[in-house]
Design a protein around this ligand. Structure first.
Ligand SMILES: [Fe+2]
Length: 251
């Protein structure tokens, strides 16, 4: 069996204000490690402000969480992230932090969708070309696509007002693969969502940070401080199995 654990949306900020976020990430990272995965993936918004000091704090929270792979979210800063985690970011598609990893039998294609200065994610023409080339190299291996931003609407007006740029180009690039991804794994929405996007299954992972709950008729998103969450993704003989779970102590 191949197993990865997905963490996301930790929003670490250096200093007293970020102490709780760091403690939550450390709890989630310890829970991830106990699952003995082939790879722990952080799917973005590791830092809240992209500052080097925040990544240093995140690094302390993630100590022992290995092997680790980090993809950037809209709150991250590529240079500071790569400087703090040189062993955990992909260096094969500069200046983007996109890459390909193998976790047991499962191939992971990670897409850097960060567009500096904006909330919305973006697939640039260069990135689409990179993705197309990686997918064209594949044979019949099972694979998943991992990207911070969901490429589709979630039914949450508070987030859907920043639509992903390049959704059609992404679909077109995916056509270069010999077969579709088993799942598109995303983050960014601070909650678990399952979406059927033009025949592809998109799974949004819950955060180690606060959960966002849309309130009907309210323009904003209410924050709920439940337990930090993580998601185990396993490739079994029966197919891909996803489990979201809270990080609770040493259990
Ligand atoms: Fe985000």
């Amino acid at each position: 069996m191949s197993r990865i654990v997905l963490l996301c949306d930790s929003h670490i900020r250096a200093g007293e204000a970020g102490r709780e976020a760091a403690a939550r990430l450390a709890l989630a990272a310890a829970a991830a490690r106990r699952l003995a995965p082939d790879l722990i993936v952080h799917a973005g918004d590791l830092a809240d402000d992209g500052a080097p000091e925040s990544y240093a704090m995140a690094r302390r929270a993630l100590v022992g969480a290995a092997p680790l792979w980090i993809l950037p979210g809209n709150h991250d800063e590529r240079g500071a992230l790569a400087a703090a985690f040189p062993e955990a970011v992909a260096a094969e598609a500069p200046p983007f932090l996109s890459g390909v990893r193998q976790a047991g039998r499962l191939r992971l294609v990670g897409l850097d969708t960060l567009a500096p200065g904006q909330v919305a994610g973006r697939l640039t023409p260069a990135q689409a070309q990179w993705l197309r080339a990686r997918l064209a190299e594949m044979d019949d291996e099972p694979w998943v696509l991992i990207m911070h931003h969901p490429p589709c609407a979630l039914g949450m007006p508070q987030l859907d007002r920043w639509p992903f740029e390049g959704a059609d180009e992404l679909l077109w690039a995916l056509a270069a693969a010999p077969h579709p991804p088993l799942r598109i794994l995303c983050a960014h929405a601070h909650g678990a969502h399952e979406i059927d996007w033009r025949g592809l299954r998109v799974s949004v992972s819950p955060p180690t940070g606060p959960l966002f709950a849309p309130e009907p008729g309210e323009p904003g998103l209410r924050r709920h401080m439940g337990a930090p969450m993580l998601r185990a993704i396993e490739l079994t003989p029966e197919g891909l199995r996803l489990r979201a779970m809270p990080a609770l102590g040493q259990g």
